[in-house]
Ligand binder design. Structure first.
Ligand code: NG1
Ligand code: ZN
Length: 534
């Protein structure tokens, strides 16, 4: 009986040594690497059960993204490249927390609950890891878990989170999405990029050079391969590429640092008006920025990328003449000015989802063309089957003009450039570069689309963050009673005032967000709302 072996093995190799309770949250499990050994092993077990239940390949990614180097984490990737289905999250939590003596029972309980009868299927589990020093050891624990239940671990070594999602989808679509290896990934993106760019590498105010902050992580390691494939079409000047064991991963650099400190990362040359970008520790997020003539810092976050992409896709869609619905999904953290711009000026409908890309992704499925981004730079675009079929038919349609047919084929190439499975810093960078190139824009022209409202994000530590519950994509507080009324009356005092609070899904804190017409007002509003939360 294979799970008996698993159980015995666990006690010997990966005993549960910690008492602390871990919860599978928006980013899977994340904590000090030293507390994660048994969790990794058990996620290997769970992945095999999930793969047998779904009769598909499942992914397991070992990473703690933008967290400090001593942390680590793990998330499971479902067959279509999405995050683990929400109804299984409590199972992941249970697997991580049961005592060793109860592990066998828990495995049996799950097998029974889902009526898994194919326990002998030799399912494939693809495993990836980031550059943390703890990752090889933890990824091995995952593979041991997979082996313990007679699954087949396929270890991809160090890869970005979006690469792992891509491999899962390639395997589950029988390679229709692409070749399930790194060469296939780079080839798909760079072929599409070069095809759209053509041979005119600079255009108008656009120059084919970008300064790239690799956050001293996997995003630095991987860009080396990409650069080769891009040739002269785009020059990527890389900085912060000290990788394994330097202790510098995400340290004063990377997308999260730049976004949350609204400042230039360490280690990059501060040349004026030069387009720069930063990725995070597993390269699923990207933000752009530049320093102007006066030395002032300007951030182009996920909202900017989302609006740039949505506007461009809308134009391209109009050129095809095909009727499809296009929409943008944001979270409550999206700057109000971006929402106004996209809905009022560009007439693209905007929907809101709760924080966490899985919620945005889900909401984006409601559109033929769904653009979704978190303000922190995590997002992508997804296209319905209907969209792809109509575009393919459009390329051969006799009643279309030649321009329309060409627009259809360009649109299809653009889809190849986009990693639909999950937000992908490298793919998003190539998308931004493609749009700016086509428009002949420098970064300040991109910025000129709209002016961000001043905003302020604060953390408040409370005894129990879960006393705060929210609704309507976290924009409205349900409990404690009266809190929402108090927020409303505070926000009403300031022109363009807006504020909301929600418990964080990744830290033991409450987040307070406020925006208003001026920085002083945004700061005041945030502070006043924070006081009500205490
Ligand atoms: P929480 O801690 O739930 O606010 C944070 C980010 C999310 C998302 C997750 C997962 C903010 C305000 N929140 O969530 O956008 O990226 O981490 O990593 O940036
Ligand atoms: Zn990340």
């Amino acid at each position: 009986n294979s799970y008996r072996t698993a159980y015995a093995f666990a006690r010997e190799m990966y005993p549960k040594k910690t008492k602390s309770h871990l919860q599978y949250g928006t980013a899977g499990f994340r904590t000090k690497a030293t507390d994660l050994e048994h969790v990794m092993y058990r996620m290997g077990l769970l992945a095999v059960l999930r793969a047998r239940y779904k009769k598909s390949v499942i992914g397991v990614m070992v990473t703690a993204s933008h967290n400090p180097e001593p942390d680590n984490g793990v998330k499971l990737v479902d067959p279509h490249g999405e995050m683990l289905e929400q109804s299984w999250e409590p199972w992941a939590t249970k697997f991580a927390n049961v005592i060793d003596e109860k592990l066998e029972d828990t495995i049996n309980e799950l097998i029974k609950a889902f009526d898994i009868t194919n326990m002998n299927d030799r399912v494939e589990i693809v495993v990836g890891k980031d550059t943390r020093p703890s990752s090889p050891h933890l990824a091995k624990a995952v593979c041991d878990g997979v082996l313990a239940l007679s699954g087949k671990p396929i270890d991809y070594g160090i890869v970005t989170t979006p690469q792992l999602h891509y491999f899962v989808v390639c395997k589950n679509t029988n390679r229709a999405y692409g070749q399930p290896n790194e060469e296939g990934y780079y080839a798909k993106l760079t072929n599409a990029f070069k095809k759209i760019r053509g041979t005119e590498y600079t255009k108008g105010n656009y120059h084919n050079r970008v300064v790239y902050d690799g956050a001293n992580g996997v995003g630095a390691k991987k860009i080396k391969y990409l650069k080769e494939a891009l040739g002269d079409s785009l020059k990527v000047d890389m900085y912060n590429d000290e990788i394994i064991g330097s202790g510098k991963l995400n340290y004063m650099c990377g997308a999260d640092y730049v976004k949350s400190h609204q400042t230039f990362p360490n280690g990059l040359p501060k040349d004026k008006n030069v387009r720069c970008c930063s990725v995070d520790g597993d390269a699923d997020r990207i933000v752009y920025y530049y320093t102007d003539d006066d030395g002032l810092f300007h951030l182009m976050d996920g909202d900017r990328i989302a609006t740039l992409a949505a506007a461009y896709l809308k134009e391209l869609l109009q050129q095809t003449g095909i009727e499809l619905n296009l929409g943008l999904v944001q979270t409550a953290y999206a700057n109000g000015a971006s929402t106004d711009y996209i809905s009022s000026e560009l007439n693209v409908p905007v929907a809101f989802a709760s924080t966490g890309v899985k919620h945005l992704h889900h909401q984006a499925l409601n559109y033929d063309i769904g653009v979704y981004f978190e303000a922190n730079g995590h997002g992508t675009v997804i296209f319905s089957q209907n969209t792809k079929e109509k575009l393919r038919a459009g390329t051969r349609c006799n009643s279309f003009t030649e321009d329309q047919r060409q627009a259809c084929s360009k649109f299809l190439t653009l889809i190849d450039l986009i990693n639909e499975t999950v937000g992908d810093a490298i793919s998003d960078m190539l998308l931004v570069e493609t749009i700016l190139h086509e428009k002949g824009w420098d970064i300040s022209q991109w910025e000129a689309c709209y002016t961000d409202l001043p905003n302020r994000l604060m953390k408040v530590t409370v005894k129990d963050r879960n006393v705060i519950t929210t609704t309507d994509a976290e924009r409205i507080c349900l409990t404690p009673q009266d809190l929402q009324d108090e927020i409303d009356s505070l926000a009403a005092k300031y022109p363009k005032g807006r504020s909301f609070v929600r418990p964080s899904g990744t830290e033991d804190i409450v987040r307070v967000y406020a925006e208003a017409g001026t920085t002083a007002d945004a700061d005041k509003l945030a502070a006043e709302v924070a006081l009500k939360v205490f």
